[in-house]
Design a protein around this ligand. Structure first.
Ligand code: MSP
Length: 650
């Protein structure tokens, strides 16, 4: 017998105007909704995630006509592109509503009629300014230099129209906001909404003359419903309202949006409309900040659009990562930098840095080192031993931090919490040094290895809402099915003893940022005549030396922990390297060839028994080995595969 339906955890995005295709900025809201969905599903909820397109605007039909296109054909094409791009970004929406669909038109008309019957709509005359690009009405006093407050062109409109009695809901709105402190998030925007309402709400003109595009008003077909009024109704239209069954989907648990459409529309007009219909209000309205480019809004007209899938493809090509993982890298970037209260700025360098530091270093090293050591010291099988307390505690702390972040819709904090696990794991490996335990046949080795693998498993689960393909890839290397429920994270049973592990394979190869920059510089230099390069050795290298002399040099594998420039030095970088259990400071003449940031996490070969030297006032306790490039710059030597720090080199 089919189970009775229960109320879903419902999530909505705004419906997008079909005047341009999605970019990384518009993608943010949809991505945030997708992460919310995947997290709630891991918590065991049945989720419904709605997105769609806002197609009834006056601007839409004008744009289509200007392009000599049939408006319906034009909007269908763009709506299809939206769906395709969202799917390409691994966005799992459950429903996609278009406001030109019959189900929406039917609901919008019924909503209008019912609200009128309830006494909240009246006929009047509208005289005022209209901004077609944002479909917003303005009073004379709102205009700045004859334009909208955003600087858009406005046109004068004088029409007999229908009005919604928004002013009548002022007190009810304020008391709802006060009684539900989490209704509008972030809190700073809630305060903006409260002061907007306190300035006094005006009734809203909710019709326009019918120019052949839009939802005609039942019984007054000369008019169409004002596009914002019409668009907001999509949220209940998609639930099947007014037909039975809509209660399974409404009210929304969270309605995600950008800050620009929160105050006037979603936090004022929309709840008042619902109040007038005696329909329940959404639980949370979240208005996040904007993603900017060089301080500007991202827009087609500014020519600064970054398409999410293009960004992923470029990263896949440059790094060698598989495309689904490169898409995850873009999702990770969006999540990690999601502007909640303030705006954030997209730069390619920031994106590259996130890929190298968070994904290649923190996550990649944790995976690679743990699996390598499990193969080396436990034959690639999860040992039968209890995980250590410190690892369990670290996982539980990260999990609690993630849960707290998500309960306030702070995706960027949740991303950080998930990364706490691989960060802990890398440190744990350094501290517990499994290679030393193995050497001393220490019985703690098995527990340490099990703990490391349990941390990896937890990291896999915690990155899943943001990076689903990466989670699957990690699970595969761990020889298991992906984690599906949040409870499994940190549970030793999720990483059973005896599981056969796969060989590690890097998921996010490092982007050689310096090399990219060098290639560009080299390209420039090819035009200039080349100077004869003198590769003068600093001292005479003897033709032959004794083997015992060579063996006097102690060479070991080290890992770069920190790297920084030295003020006043053109060549030197000051590097902290971990070799065995100790940390050494080494100065290396590799500035110009490597960015300090790029070195962190990298393994190197270090000569560790040279006498301490002092250069430019800084001590150097060793030498990092590098080859000379043809133009004299350094090429660092690196072990072919990850080796425990301190391993000797011959
Ligand atoms: N059609 C209306 C919404 C109606 S909902 C009933 C609309 N559409 S929009 O396409 O202009 O914007 C949709 C969403 O994208 C908004 O939440 C907006 O804030 C968001 N963003 C558009 N560009 C953005 C950035 N650069 N950064 C973050 N979000 C941005 O408004």
């Amino acid at each position: 017998m089919p189970q009775p339906m229960s109320k879903r955890y419902s999530i909505t995005t705004p419906i997008y105007y079909v005047n341009s295709v999605p970019h990384i900025g518009t993608g943010l809201t949809t991505f945030a909704s997708d992460v919310t969905k995947r997290y709630q599903q891991m918590l065991g909820k049945e989720v419904w995630f709605l997105t769609g397109t806002d197609e009834n605007g006056q601007k839409v039909s004008e744009t289509a006509e200007a392009a000599g296109r049939d408006p319906m054909e034009f909007v269908t094409e763009i709506a299809d592109t939206f769906k395709e791009i969202w799917r390409g970004m691994d966005i799992q929406f459950d429903d996609f509503i278009r406001t030109t669909e019959p189900r929406h038109i039917k609901a919008a008309q019924a909503f209008f009629t019912k609200l009128k019957e309830n006494g909240h709509i009246y006929a009047g005359k509208y005289e005022g300014w209209y901004d077609v690009s944002t479909e917003t009405w303005y009073k004379e006093a709102d205009l700045v230099d004859g334009k909208s407050p955003d600087g858009n062109e406005v046109r004068w409109v004088e029409e007999d129209n229908w009005f919604f009695k928004l002013s009548a809901f002022q007190d009810q709105l304020l008391s709802h906001i006060e009684a539900n402190p989490e209704f509008i998030l972030p809190a700073s925007r809630k305060n903006e909404v409260v002061s907007f309402i306190n300035q006094g709400l005006r009734d809203v003109c909710i019709s326009r003359s019918n120019s052949g595009w839009g939802v005609p008003i039942a019984g007054d077909e000369d008019k169409v419903i004002y596009v914002w009024f019409d668009a907001l109704i999509n949220y209940v239209a998609a639930t099947g309202w007014p037909d039975k069954g809509w209660e399974d989907f409404w009210p929304a648990d969270v309605q995600w949006m950008g800050k620009d459409i929160l105050t006037r529309f979603h936090a004022t007009l929309w709840p008042a409309m619902l109040m007038g219909m005696d329909l329940p209000l959404p639980k949370h309205l979240v208005g996040h900040g904007w993603l900017l480019m060089g301080g500007d809004k991202i827009s087609k007209s500014k020519g600064n659009v970054v398409a999410p899938l293009e960004l992923a493809k470029k990263y896949a090509e440059e790094s060698g990562a598989d495309l689904p993982l490169a898409i995850d890298a873009v999702r990770h970037y969006m999540g990690a930098t999601l502007p909640f209260e303030n705006d954030s700025t997209f730069t390619q360098d920031d994106f590259n840095l996130r890929c190298n530091v968070d994904l290649a270093n923190d996550l990649g090293n944790a995976l690679n080192r743990s699996l390598t050591m499990a193969h080396k010291f436990a034959d690639g099988v999860v040992p039968d031993a209890e995980p250590e307390e410190s690892a369990i505690k670290a996982i539980q702390a990260a999990k609690a931090k993630y849960e707290a972040a998500m309960s306030g819709f702070r995706i960027e904090k949740a991303v950080d919490a998930a990364l706490d696990v691989p960060r802990f794991l890398n440190k744990y490996v350094d501290d517990r040094a499994p290679w030393a335990l193995a050497k001393n046949s220490d019985p703690a080795l098995d527990s340490v290895l099990r703990s490391m693998l349990l941390c990896l498993r937890a990291a896999e689960g915690m990155i899943k809402p943001v990076m689903p393909s990466t989670a699957t890839a990690i699970a595969k290397q761990l020889g298991l099915d992906p984690i599906s429920s949040w409870d499994q994270i940190g549970d030793p049973a999720s990483m059973p003893s005896g599981t056969k592990l796969e060989q590690p394979s890097p998921l996010f190869p490092r982007l050689d940022i310096k090399k990219q920059q060098q290639n560009q510089q080299k390209q420039k230099k090819t035009d200039k005549p080349k100077k004869e390069k003198k590769m003068k050795p600093k001292f005479e290298v003897p033709a032959e030396i004794e083997f015992t002399d060579f063996m006097k040099v102690k060479l070991q594998i080290g890992r770069v922990l920190e790297a920084e420039e030295i003020e006043g030095s053109k060549k030197l970088l000051k590097i902290q390297v971990k070799v065995g259990d100790e940390q050494r400071q080494v100065l290396a003449g590799i500035k110009g060839a490597y960015e300090p940031m790029d070195l962190i996490g990298r393994q190197v070969v270090v000569a560790t028994n040279l006498k301490t030297a002092k250069l430019m006032g800084h001590e150097s306790q060793g030498m990092i080995l590098a080859a000379d490039d043809a133009d004299g710059s350094a090429i660092l030597l690196q072990p072919d595969k990850e080796s425990p720090e301190g391993t000797s080199v011959h």
